[in-house]
Design a protein around this ligand. Structure first.
Ligand SMILES: C[S@@+](CC[C@H](N)C(=O)[O-])C[C@H]1O[C@@H](n2cnc3c(N)ncnc32)[C@H](O)[C@@H]1O
Length: 218
């Protein structure tokens, strides 16, 4: 249980938490909903259906909060998420996400590998794979939630080759958000052509990062 009363999980092999111990919901709302989805909406020009890719489905919390955002905003969201090690039922059944209990179970029980309409505003596609082996056509996602384990625990996933794929999969003006603000990661983003913003982090964390693919890049 994290400090804001929402659950998280610890990967014991890596000794790594899925969220800030100060608040799983608080962190997810700040980094992904506020600095990602709300930012896109406020910036204007949002597509009829916003296409999101999440790296690391885990507890499903980012999907749960995005589904809530979609219905409150009456904005269609097509959400794709990748995860190599889905949680099993005894574990996800114990997750406590305040007002979102029913949707937590729905999201975990929905099928893998195919798009599934969870509500009139939210379709979910869960793919069991790693980022390293995932492939996609170019220029399709408006927003990427990069929510992998930290670079110190999972360095491979933050390298320029995997980030280059994310860059290609974003539409021009598309945005990547993450809780991470490691120096080498920011340099990798800049080298690829992202416009990098360092924003205030969540739950007392100093910094987080938002990268935008320039409008003239395909
Ligand atoms: C920091 S946790 C965050 C999970 C999730 N977004 C949440 O809110 O619970 C990182 C997630 O990335 C997954 N993961 C591990 N290796 C991965 C890989 N190579 N590609 C994609 N996801 C990976 C982990 O299993 C874990 O669920």
């Amino acid at each position: 249980m994290t400090d804001d009363g929402s659950s998280s999980i610890t990967n014991l092999a890596l000794n790594e938490n899925y969220h800030s111990t100060r608040g799983a919901i608080g962190e997810s709302l700040h980094v992904y909903i506020e600095k990602g989805l709300n930012y896109l909406k406020e910036r204007g020009g949002m597509n009829k259906s916003v296409k999101i890719l999440e790296i690391g489905f885990g507890t499903g919390l980012n999907a749960i909060l995005s589904m809530d955002w979609a219905s409150k905003s009456s904005q269609k969201v097509a959400y794709t998420t990748i995860e190599p090690i889905p949680l099993e039922e005894p574990l996800y059944a114990q997750l406590q996400f305040k007002n979102w209990q029913e949707n937590t179970q729905k999201i975990h029980q929905s099928p893998w590998q195919i798009p599934f309409e969870l509500s009139p505003f939210f379709s979910l596609t869960k793919i069991k794979t790693t980022l390293e082996s995932y492939s996609n056509p170019d220029s399709i996602f408006d927003l990427i939630y990069f929510d992998a384990f930290s670079p110190s625990k999972q360095p491979g996933i933050w390298q320029i080759q995997t980030l280059a794929n994310c860059f290609r999969w974003l539409v021009p003006n598309g945005v990547l958000v993450t809780y991470c603000a490691q120096g080498q990661f920011k340099r990798n983003l800049k080298e690829l052509g992202f416009v990098v913003e360092v924003l205030q982090g969540a739950m007392g964390k100093w910094e987080m990062v938002r990268g935008t693919k320039p409008s003239n890049k395909i």
